[in-house]
Write a protein that binds this ligand. Structure first.
Ligand code: NAD
Length: 355
């Protein structure tokens, strides 16, 4: 299928291809939908095998950002960028600054931040060329590390699910099994620990396991995390881990974690429901990072404001659960409906002439 037909079928507005040979820069910016505001999303620096792979990825990721921001009640649309390069071997100051000059030419239709392969250091270079960048260090007036609010949001999502299932949102005495104990899981776990929850952890990195031990978590080996008897299974490492192989193994009541794209296919949301497991849609509960970064746009970043907005993830999960009940659909389908309903209702306001 051609690029224009793909864009039309999936509601994309714009795709920009950029190239600057002197800096070894090649890549794409995709803007999916700007009904609610400029496209906001990170720049992924990754050596995709082909242009087609990179283009497919950037289109898919920009669409996901539209849904994440819309459901999080943010005044932003969806955008994403890909620089086709190895972030360790190829990345350089000229490369990211050349990228920034192209994104600046979009006049603010796309606002960039970090993603896989890009760091706060890269954002500092990008800032030299454009003001359409967020996620800068707090010392430079930015919003800093996204994982703090992401971890808080995941915790709030777990609590909203607990309230729905058990009538109380206290997680005291509940057991949470983490797959991956990196930045997001660590911050979620600190809230859980304070609340008196028990934790099980697996990770492939010994330093991450040491942090888990410091939090008195029980360490379990790799794949066995799926088979652990627990209240909440929290995928916090990889996407696609909820699938036809793993769903029959799960012995939890709730799946709620920070990882992006946890469901391998849309049907896996329904399969969880059929097994009586409540799924907290990933992009709803891991929105704390984008909420935090959004607080840097057009205003001085204020941590209290970011925290207050992140705490609302609890209410958003409740709205998703209401839609799922109202429409008889899975929670992942309900999350999409929440986002689409907001975009559609706001798009109608454009017919009002403002004078
Ligand atoms: P991270 O790199 O700090 O942590 C990931 C952890 O998972 C690492 O400790 C890694 O060793 C571990 N891991 C990798 N493969 C594993 C495996 N097969 N089994 C067990 N553990 C494994 O990353 P992070 O920032 O904590 O992000 C975690 C997830 O949350 C990612 O999917 C990310 O896309 C998503 N996410 C992050 C943010 C954020 O603000 N950082 C926001 C939204 C979504």
């Amino acid at each position: 299928m051609g690029i224009l037909s793909y864009m039309q079928d999936n509601g994309h507005e714009q795709v920009v291809a950029f190239s600057e040979e002197s800096a070894g820069l090649r890549g794409f910016i995709a803007i999916h939908n700007t009904t609610l505001g400029p496209g906001l999303g990170g720049v992924r620096i990754w050596p995709h095998k082909s242009e087609e792979d990179a283009l497919t990825d950037v289109l898919r990721l920009s669409r996901a950002m539209t849904y994440k921001s819309a459901a999080a009640d943010l005044p932003f649309g969806g955008g994403k960028a890909i620089i086709m390069a190895d972030p360790v071997k190829d990345k350089s100051e000229p490369m990211v600054r050349a990228y920034a000059r192209f994104l600046d030419s979009l006049g603010g239709r796309y606002i960039t931040t970090t993603d896989v392969g890009s760091t706060i250091r890269d954002l500092e270079y990008i800032r030299l060329e454009t003001r359409h960048v967020v996620g800068l260090p707090i010392s430079e007036g930015g919003s800093g590390d996204t994982a703090i609010m992401t971890g808080l949001g995941v915790f709030m999502g777990m609590k909203a699910c607990a309230k729905h299932l058990w009538g109380s949102d206290s997680l005291a005495g509940r057991t949470v099994a983490f797959q991956g104990f990196g930045k997001v899981a660590y911050h979620t776990a600190s809230h859980l620990r304070e609340e008196g929850a028990r934790m099980m952890v697996t990770d492939i990195n010994e330093a991450a396991l040491d942090k888990a031990r410091e939090m008195e978590a029980t360490i379990v080996p790799g794949e066995s995390i799926y088979d652990q008897e627990c209240d909440i299974f929290a995928p916090c490492a990889l996407g696609g881990v909820i699938n036809s192989d793993t769903i029959p193994r799960l012995r939890c009541s709730i799946v709620a974690g920070g990882a992006n794209n946890q469901l391998l296919t849309d049907d896996d949301g329904l399969a969880l429901q059929e097994r009586g497991i409540l799924y907290a849609p990933d992009y709803i509960i891991n929105a704390g990072g984008v909420i935090n970064a959004s607080c840097e746009v057009g205003a001085q970043y204020n941590e209290d404001r970011a925290r207050e907005k992140t705490l609302r993830i609890y209410d958003t999960v409740e709205r998703v659960l209401d839609i799922a009940r109202r429409d008889g659909v899975s929670t992942s389908q309900a999350a999409d409906r929440l986002a689409e309903e907001r975009i559609n209702s706001i798009s109608k306001l454009r017919r009002i002439f403002r004078g």
